[in-house]
Every structure is written in C-alpha cells, then in structure tokens.
Design a binder for this molecule. Structure first.
Ligand SMILES: Cc1cc2nc3c(=O)[nH]c(=O)nc-3n(C[C@H](O)[C@H](O)[C@H](O)COP(=O)(O)O)c2cc1C
Length: 327
C-alpha cells in the first residue's frame, strides 16, 4: 500500500483557494476540504460549496451529518465534482456540531454511524472513509476503538484516519480539544497491527519530517493540519524528503504561480483577501517574513484589496530576494 501524506480538513482554512494554493507547493499531498454539512449541500448553493479548480493532487470532500438519507443524497450530488473520496467527520467536538449531532459525538452511536456509512457507500462509487478520535469523554479503551473501527469497516469505510487523542465533549472547547487531551499514538499503531490490510492514517501534533518518517514505519499515512496551515512551505520539505521530488518551487515561484489563479478568481468576483489570507505563513521562519505578513494584513487581507497590490509585493519580493531567503 502506498504511503500517504495528507493535509487535514480544517474549517475556515482548507477551502478551495487553500487547496489550490497548497497544490502549487506539493503535487503529492492528499488534500481534504473543510467539513461541509450534508444539509448545506442539499439546500445550499451546491456549485459554490463543492466546485474547485482541478489539481493533480487527490482531493477529498469531508462531510458532516448523521442522517443517512441526507448523507446519501449529499454523496450523490457531490460525486461529479472531481473529488477522489468522501470522508465522514466523526471527530469534531464543537458544541454546535454536537447540537446538530455530527462529529465526535457520533462515536457514542456506532449503530447510527454504521447506517450512515452504509447509505453513503450505496449512494456513490467514490470510496467512503472516516476520520475519528481514539475515544471520547471517559471512554479511552483500545477494545472500544477497535470495535468502532470494525463497525465502520463492515459498513463500508475504506480508510481510517485517527486523530490520536480523545475528545472531551462537555468539558473542553474545540480549541482545547485540539491540545489538552494527550496524544496517544500507541492506540493508532496497535490499530494498524490489528487491521493489517487496511489503510490506517495517523493524525495529531505532527510537526517535523523525522516525526513523519517515524510514523510511516508503523502506519500507512500521516495527516497534518496546523503545522501546514501555519507554515505551508513545510509541504515543500515533505515533497523533497518524503516524496523525493527534486523540483519543488521556491516560495516566490509559488506566489508567481498563484497569480493566474488570482486573476481568474477575482474576475469571477472572488475577493482577493479570500485567497491571500492563506499565504500569510508562506515565508514563515524566513528572514523578513514579518514584512510579508504586515504587507498582507495591511493591504491584502482586507475587503477591497486588488491585484495591483499583489504585483507590487511580488516586485518587492524579487528585489529583496536575500531577505526572503529561498529554501
Ligand atoms: C482551525 C481548525 C479547524 C478544523 N476543522 C476540522 C474539520 O472541519 N473537520 C475535521 O475532521 N477536523 C477539523 N479539525 C481538526 C484537524 O483536522 C486535525 O484533526 C487536528 O488539527 C489535529 O491535527 P494537527 O495537530 O496536525 O493540527 C480542525 C482543526 C483546526 C485547527
């Protein structure tokens, strides 16, 4: 089985613009959309929610919901938009998500989860996969995790992404739930030992190439969220060191390659700041990265930003190349 690196679904972060931007840095990473609620796909502006510019990378649509009929219909509708897979969110702990009964609280209802996955798998030819946690509230027990994953597998899930910490549904805020419950990678490694022939992806707290390499010895793939959103050029290191790609574009080239997309999107009415906000961390860790961030927040992460300003900063970047040290 091929080893994979994926970028985690992140609400308000991994929208279609972020997906395109990341595809300019890495051709090999598997990209996930932010969670889109099944009901929104049924009743909202489908094209706006689902369409994205085609890229070489596999792109997965992540859906949230707990009504089997709605989820099935959402899968049918989404099938022809170019996604490689549809993932069901069984890991998000936010109060709003719990009120609507989707995300991590569904770990408490394996029967309902199984019905959802069966309905989704029946409705589409695309593979259905899940993203979940190692446990919830006081439940942090390998036997529970194993039987939960088995249940989703029997229902039709073809891949299992495990955020290696439990969710405390009542006690913690969503942000705390991403940091406070301790990471327990051993649960995921043990799951892989049990589900030898299945695709098990580990997620949570991965920040370095060495950590990725260590995890890949034990599981089929690593999913990374915040480390890439805050510092997107980390994906370039991954391209080079994990995928052996010797032709990774420089940071400036990534920005230059983004310009035609910006032109295309802004001519359709997309606000420039909706694209540029994702580039804030591009020069993270480089000399002069502050200048880039300040320029963006002053000129481009605002409502009436315009393309002239992108061209201006690109000229600055080129002129001050030693400041924005490459690679
Ligand atoms: C801003 C933000 C939004 C998130 N939104 C989602 C989401 O829509 N669906 C989901 O399954 N997980 C979501 N997550 C959780 C991430 O997918 C991931 O599991 C978590 O951040 C742990 O990985 P990391 O330590 O590499 O960031 C979100 C995380 C963050 C920080």
């Amino acid at each position: 089985m091929k080893k994979t690196i994926s970028v985690a679904p992140m609400m308000d972060c991994t929208d279609k613009h972020e997906i395109y931007f990341l595809s300019l840095i890495s051709k090999n990473a598997h990209l996930y959309t932010e969670m889109i609620v099944a009901n929104a796909i049924l009743r909202g502006d489908r094209n706006k929610l689902l369409s994205f510019k085609k890229v070489l990378n596999p792109v997965t649509l992540q859906i949230g919901g707990s009504n089997p009929e709605e989820l099935a219909e959402a899968c049918k509708i989404s099938e022809n938009y170019g996604y490689r897979e549809i993932n069901l969110n069984l890991g998000c702990p936010s109060k709003k998500v719990q009120k609507n009964k989707f995300g991590a609280c569904l770990m408490q209802e394996p029967d309902l989860v199984a019905r959802c996955i069966e309905a989704m798998a029946k409705a589409t030819k695309l593979p259905i996969t899940i993203k979940t946690r190692i446990g919830y509230n006081e439940v942090e027990d390998f036997e529970f995790l194993k039987s939960f994953v088995q249940r989703t597998k029997d229902a039709g899930s073809q891949k299992f992404i495990i955020h290696a910490r439990k969710a405390l549904l009542k006690k913690l805020s969503p942000k705390e739930n991403l940091n406070i419950p301790p990471l327990k990678y051993d649960f995921v490694y043990k799951l892989k030992e049990y589900f030898k022939n299945d695709e098990i992806i580990i997620n949570g707290g991965v920040k370095t190439i060495n950590e990725i390499k260590d995890h890949l010895k034990k599981v089929n793939g690593v999913m990374i969220g915040r480390a890439i959103y805050h510092s997107p050029y980390f994906l370039a290191d991954i391209e080079r060191e994990i995928f052996g790609n010797k032709n990774v574009p420089t940071r400036s080239e990534v920005m230059e390659n983004l310009i035609p997309y910006i032109q295309e999107e802004t001519s359709k009415g997309t606000q420039l700041n909706h694209i540029m906000r994702h580039t804030v961390g591009l020069f993270h860790g480089q000399n002069g990265s502050k200048v880039w961030k300040q320029y963006l927040s002053k000129n481009m992460c605002i409502r009436d930003a315009d393309l002239q300003k992108v061209n201006h900063i690109m000229d600055q970047v080129k002129k001050t190349k030693p400041v924005f040290l490459e690679r």
